[in-house]
Design a binder for this molecule. Sequence first.
Ligand code: KG4
Ligand code: ZN
Length: 373
Amino acid sequence: MKQKNSYILAIESSCDDTSAAVLKNKKVLSNVVATQKIHEEYGGVVPELASRAHQQNIVPVVHQALVKANIDKKDISAIAFTRGPGLMGSLLVGTSFAKSLALGLNVPLIEVNHMQAHILAHFIEDEDEGIGRDEEIGRDEGIGRQQGSKGRKGKNEDSSVPEFPFLALTISGGHTQIVLVKHHFDMEILGETLDDAVGEAFDKSAKIMGLPYPGGPLVDRYAQEGNPDAFPFPKPKVDGLNFSFSGLKTSILYFIQRETAKNPDFVTENLKDICASIQKTIVGILMDKLKKASKQTGITRIAIGGGVSANSSIRMALKQAEKKRGWTTYVPKFEYCTDNAAMIGIVGYLKYQEGLFANQAVTAKARYGIGSH
Ligand code: KG4
Ligand code: ZN
């Protein structure tokens, strides 16, 4: 028989954030994220350094999550972990840790698909008075937390959860997909990127301008003070609901090279306008495909998820579409946009209710389709 309340300990280690969270049913009691700063100087995530940092972080991060949630290990009902997709070395750290802990505590083990979790984060039931959420820990190697927000939800960040079926746009550093979500674990990809992910488009554009990794949040920040119509960039022509961002990256590169040849200070003098123009183009590409997907399916409930859903311009465009198109949009709170274990925890809870458990033979999966579980 199931316990009245379930306490899920969740672990996320798919890329460069080590995170642990504790959920009491659908509520987040703690969500600790250690972001690895080490990659900044390399202009991108270095897989070997990432897995080493995960090894250093995982014990203190899990410990912090338990302390902040104010629960004891013996109260844990199940352990959920990210099985994939992601970097193999990074995934292995979380997977091995979760497996050993589940074995040691004799509790069920639950494997979670990271991309499903970005979507199912919308099922977290949050209270403003949630305790210990979004805590920060740092260690000597310069590990800190990526910016999270404790702010209240905006108008289109209603606490209500999307009804099935709904459309989800997953936009992260590794993925760009439009997903038809028929049920928690019944998802179908309607379109996806043929080359770069949208997060990569932001990060690579930022790199061309000499900004550090990850450039997405910086482009967003500068864009807010720039003119989005200053430098028009061409939108790619891609059939159906698929995306392509590599052409845009190339045209930005050539544009910057051309202008810098004329004026070496071009980027510095025009940084805000360039960022605003790039952001407008990217958000335009995403919104065009979302409109198409909504028209094609007749579905007007639209959710976004993944790191890029923290972007102010996409959030605003969705808000406008609520008024203009009659959509109901679901935008995650900032702390559930970029990688975090709370989203792994909500999937853990949903699977726990259905008795969808993994066994000790489960292994990490670097490539892991969203339709499978
Ligand atoms: O979901 P995520 O944390 O990790 C992956 O699973 O990839 O997404 C990280 C991506 C990075 O490319 C980062 O630049 C981008 O999300 N990102 C943003 C913003 N915040 C994070 N891109 C644009 N605007 C932002 N505000
Ligand atoms: Zn992610």
